[in-house]
Design a protein around this ligand. Sequence first.
Ligand SMILES: [Zn+2]
Length: 111
Amino acid sequence: MSDSKDRSLRSEREKLLGELSGLYGLIHGSYFERYSTCSRPGCACHQGKKHGPRAYVSRTLEGKPRQHYVPKGQVDAVRNGIGQYHRMLQIADRITEINLELMREGRLDEP
Ligand SMILES: [Zn+2]
């Protein structure tokens, strides 16, 4: 590996690590909306006029799916956070490729 190739891999990795720190809003989960019925007897929701749509984010924790209600003002932030999670995975994959290249040259443990 040439020195310039080595430098360019390291500088790309540095940039990706910097980008990671901006993904502070990440959420590992999936977004969905649903209509629901409530517990009030006689409410129109039991006649087909269901409440909603309400937004939720679902995530699996220790093998169990959990649903979290998303307040109205937080929908964009949640959807953006889910995108950030996927970007984090892309970055981790690219850093892995870079590190494997450095490993083949025996240079992985060099800063
Ligand atoms: Zn109702």
